[in-house]
Design a protein around this ligand. Structure first.
Ligand SMILES: Cc1cc2nc3c(=O)[nH]c(=O)nc-3n(C[C@H](O)[C@H](O)[C@H](O)COP(=O)(O)O)c2cc1C
Length: 253
């Protein structure tokens, strides 16, 4: 349709990298484009950590659910939702001496959510900028796990949350596009839950798309697989525990 849409539609996650480092010009362009992303109130409620220390990358392999390609990625960025920098600015700016505004206000979970939105939108801008330079990427959602360990390893203070890590590098192998199930994904005006019949159709479509559970008895094989492999798996339990820890620390509860 046009080169931007073509680029975005051809993107897929890259997990095997040519070891050649990115040039400084490429890194600068990707970082600048990340920071040109829309941001709530133009506050840039995030910080970007360039993870260059190989010892930290090696540790992240283990703490992010054993994903060895993190250590081999030529460039790793961590997008951290960040209100700490504003709290520090507020303190230096003497906001507590202002007349007519409440004192001692701290960021709430709404602020955390906005900061996560900012950080993720910036991260996705980085993905697309990299893609346009022939550089692939892969998100690492497991960075939200192992909260206590990651807070210490990366020196993350109270009003921060590591929402997305990205590995970058030129693809070493030819990439395979994954399919998307677009049917029912868009609703008009109001949310509409699917009927029992529509849900059965969706199960059958997904089974066919992923080549599992063909035949009447097996209907829903793919959904059952997702339940077992993703929703109730150890990493999911750890992710829920860990994110609760980040939120508790943020809100001081
Ligand atoms: C929030 C988020 C977290 C992800 N975490 C991981 C991860 O920890 N490890 C990994 O290999 N891929 C991860 N991915 C990549 C997805 O598996 C990938 O986007 C999905 O399978 C679709 O494939 P595609 O990106 O090639 O289209 C993550 C993607 C997102 C958006």
């Amino acid at each position: 349709m046009n080169p931007t849409i073509d680029l975005m539609n051809a993107r897929c996650s890259t997990r095997a990298y040519d070891p050649a480092p990115l040039t400084d010009a490429e890194k600068r362009a990707i970082l600048h484009t990340a920071m040109r992303a829309p941001t709530a109130g133009n506050m840039m409620l995030y910080s970007i950590l360039e993870i260059e220390d190989q010892a930290i990358k090696d540790r992240l392999v283990v703490t992010c659910d054993d994903q060895p390609f993190i250590a081999r990625a030529p460039w790793v960025l961590l997008f951290v939702a960040d209100y700490q920098k504003w709290m520090d600015l507020f303190a230096v700016a003497g906001v507590d001496e202002m007349e007519g505004v409440p004192r001692g206000v701290t960021p709430g979970v709404g602020d955390l959510m906005l900061a996560c939105c900012d950080a993720l939108i910036a991260a996705q801008n980085a993905v697309i900028a990299a893609e346009s330079l022939g550089i692939g990427s892969c998100y690492i959602g497991d960075i939200m796990e192992q909260a206590e360990m990651h807070a210490e390893l990366l020196a993350l203070p109270r009003w921060t949350f590591p929402v997305a890590m990205l590995c970058f590098g030129r693809p070493k192998t030819r990439l395979r596009m994954t399919e998307r199930y677009e049917k029912h994904a868009v609703h008009r005006d109001r949310y509409r839950r699917l009927s029992e019949d529509e849900l059965r159709d969706a199960c059958a479509d997904l089974d066919a798309m992923y080549g599992v559970g063909r035949g009447g008895d097996e209907l829903g094989g793919f959904a059952r697989d997702v339940y077992a492999r993703k929703f109730t798996a150890d990493f999911s339990v750890e992710s829920n525990r860990s994110v609760a820890w980040w939120i508790d620390r943020w809100s001081g509860s």
